[in-house]
Design a protein around this ligand. Structure first.
Ligand code: FES
Length: 350
């Protein structure tokens, strides 16, 4: 995609859970780009954060009502990032820059299955919403669609996004089943609503799904990957996460910061001296070291590197095999250097 492709905000509307839905028109007639922008894929938007530093964030396309019109849903995080600034500042007529479109989970990935499961945490609902709208359209024109179950986890009843749309679909379709789990409000279990987080046993109602789409924060996705792969070992897992992993050891004790020396193995001879506490990807990017990345969540594999020496913590990823890891490969976005002299090979292509 041309890096200066602009999209104009056509409208905004509030959703539950501090989410806003934005409708954009693409200011380009590039057919390739318009074809790439499909529901379920994510679009990389460049926009300043609240400190006016230009940054890039990925958002799932939840709808495409016309060839050059698309919708995304953005949750306010409170951290002063791009999403917060878009919430504050973006209004009808404002523009954002589109950097690229990526992502492999679309209707084509799941539309021909017999049985499909979806598990979403909070704003992780955006990908399931995109897929459900596509399945609904297929069903409307008489095509066979998968029996689909959605497990949606939210902290509070008032935070349930797209509730009206989801309930309407559950009430009117024969192929869709909705289960909502409310983790913080005290509610009575009834029909579609359940208190607490889903246990492994509570996922049995999904039947025998051939594929399960799991979307949410890195820790949410990691937990449900484990649950579902033990419960449904033959199901294909389609994973999307919108947050980067956090270094668990630092959450316990921030006084652990130690000095690190990174030797960059790319013929530049670059040596980076830093402290523990950030991911390898964050360290490399802040040093202006050229490194590929996309999802920043351990899914796409673009930031694959080779690591040796020193001490690192490797947070779970959704991409590398055991053999990859045994051979010294790692994902920079999931690797947290802790101490010592660490060699970083940046030419670790797949
Ligand atoms: S940026 Fe996608 S796996 Fe690291």
């Amino acid at each position: 995609m041309n890096s200066i492709t602009q999209a104009r905000c056509e409208s905004t509307r509030p959703e539950a859970g501090e989410i806003k839905v934005f409708t954009f028109s693409v200011q380009s007639s590039c057919k390739k780009l318009l074809n790439e922008l499909q529901p379920g894929r994510h679009v990389a938007i460049r926009y300043p954060n609240t400190s006016d530093v230009s940054q890039q964030r990925l958002y799932s396309v939840i709808g495409k009502p016309e060839e050059d019109i698309f919708e995304i849903a953005i949750k306010k995080s409170g951290g002063g990032g791009v999403s917060d600034h878009i919430h504050e500042a973006l209004m009808e007529g404002s523009t954002v820059t589109l950097d690229y479109v990526a992502g492999d989970i679309q209707l084509e990935s799941i539309g021909n299955l017999d049985r499909l499961g979806m598990i979403a945490g909070g704003i992780g609902i955006t990908l399931p919403i995109a897929l459900l709208r596509g399945i609904t359209e297929k069903a409307r024109i008489g095509h066979r669609v998968p029996k689909t179950t959605l497990v949606l986890c939210v902290p509070k009843v008032a935070d349930i996004p797209f509730l009206h749309e989801l309930l309407g679909l559950d009430l009117t379709s024969t192929w869709f089943t909705l289960r909502i789990f409310v983790t913080q409000d005290s509610i009575q279990a009834c029909n579609r609503f359940n208190p607490g987080r889903p246990t492994i046993d509570s996922l049995y109602f999904m039947g025998e799904p051939q594929a399960i789409v799991i979307c949410g924060s890195h820790s949410f996705v990691q937990a449900f990957r484990e649950h579902t792969s033990s419960l449904f070992p033959f199901a294909k897992l389609l994973i999307e996460s919108f947050t980067s992993p956090k270094p668990q050891y630092l959450q316990k004790d921030r006084s652990d910061d130690q000095s690190i020396r990174l030797y960059i193995d790319d013929n530049s001879g670059e040596v980076i001296e830093t402290l523990s506490g950030r991911s390898l990807l964050e360290i490399l990017e802040s040093s202006n070291t050229s490194v590929r990345s996309q999802c920043k969540a351990g899914i796409c594999g673009k930031c694959r590197v080779r690591i040796s020496g020193g001490e690192c913590r490797f947070e779970p990823d959704f991409c590398l095999s055991k053999k990859d890891k045994d051979d010294g490969y790692a994902l920079a976005c999931c690797t947290f250097p802790i101490s010592g002299n660490i060699s970083v090979g940046l030419r670790a292509t797949t």
